[in-house]
Design a protein around this ligand. Structure first.
Ligand SMILES: NC(=O)c1ccc[n+]([C@@H]2O[C@H](COP(=O)([O-])OP(=O)(O)OC[C@H]3O[C@@H](n4cnc5c(N)ncnc54)[C@H](O)[C@@H]3O)[C@@H](O)[C@H]2O)c1
Length: 174
C-alpha cells in the first residue's frame, strides 16, 4: 500500500491486516499511522520512503500480489502551494508504481485511487462507472483533477503538466 499512512490508507489497512501481510510505503508527508495499534500489528511492515524512488518501489513490489496506490498529494489547495511537487508525486509516482508492478510479474490486482474531483463540483451519489468531467485545465482545481487521474480520463494531461513543471502557478495558458 503506497500512501498507507494516510486517511484512507490506514482505514483500509485496518480492514485487511488480520488476514493479509501488508507493506506500507509512505514518506509521512501526512501521518495517520504513527502511535496507533495498527502500526504495531505483526502483519504490518512500515517502510518510510517515497514513490518517486523507483528502485525502492521496485524492491517492495517484487514480492507483492496486490498493490493499492494511494500515495498522493491530495487537495486542491496543494496545487497552489506546491504545484510541481503535486504533479511529480501524482504523475511520476503513479508511473513508478505501474512500472514496478508490471516488472514484478506477481501482481494479481492493482488498485489506483483517483481524486473524486473527476466527478465534478456537484458530485452526489456518484459511482466509478459514471461519466467523469473536466473543466478548464487552466484552473487549479482541474489541474489537480488531471494530476490524480492517471487511470482515468486524462484527456488533456500534457497541458497542465507542462504548465506546472514550469514552476508557475497553474493559470490559464495562452
Ligand atoms: N479522502 C477522500 O475523501 C478522497 C476521496 C476520493 C479520492 N481520494 C484519493 O485517495 C487518495 C488518498 O487520499 P487520502 O485522503 O487518504 O489522502 P492522505 O493525504 O491522507 O494520504 C496520502 C498519503 O500519501 C502519502 N504520500 C504523499 N506523498 C508521498 C510520496 N511522495 N511518497 C510516499 N507517500 C506519499 C502521505 O504521507 C499520506 O500518508 C488520494 O489519491 C486522493 O485523491 C480521497
Amino acid at each position: 500500500m503506497t500512501g498507507g499512512a494516510g486517511f484512507i490508507g490506514t482505514s483500509l489497512a485496518r480492514r485487511l491486516v488480520e488476514e493479509n501481510e501488508i507493506v506500507i510505503l509512505d514518506n509521512l508527508h501526512r501521518d495517520s499511522l504513527t502511535g496507533t495499534d495498527l502500526a504495531e500489528h505483526p502483519n504490518l511492515r512500515f517502510v518510510q520512503g517515497d514513490v518517486l524512488d523507483l528502485p525502492l518501489v521496485r524492491e517492495l513490489s517484487a514480492r507483492a500480489t496486490h498493490v493499492v496506490h494511494m500515495a498522493a498529494i491530495a487537495g486542491v489547495d496543494k496545487v497552489l502551494e506546491s504545484p510541481v511537487r503535486t504533479m511529480r508525486v501524482n504523475l511520476i509516482g503513479t508511473y513508478n508504481v505501474l512500472e514496478a508492478a508490471h516488472e514484478a510479474g506477481t501482481i494479481e490486482r492493482l488498485v489506483d485511487f483517483s481524486t473524486s474531483e473527476v466527478f465534478g463540483t456537484h458530485a452526489y451519489k456518484v459511482e466509478e462507472t459514471h461519466v467523469t468531467s473536466q473543466g478548464s485545465v487552466g484552473e487549479a482545481r482541474w489541474t489537480y483533477a488531471v494530476s490524480s487521474t492517471s487511470m482515468g480520463p486524462a484527456r488533456s494531461a500534457a497541458a497542465p503538466f507542462t504548465t506546472s513543471l514550469s514552476g508557475r502557478s497553474p493559470t490559464r495558458r495562452s
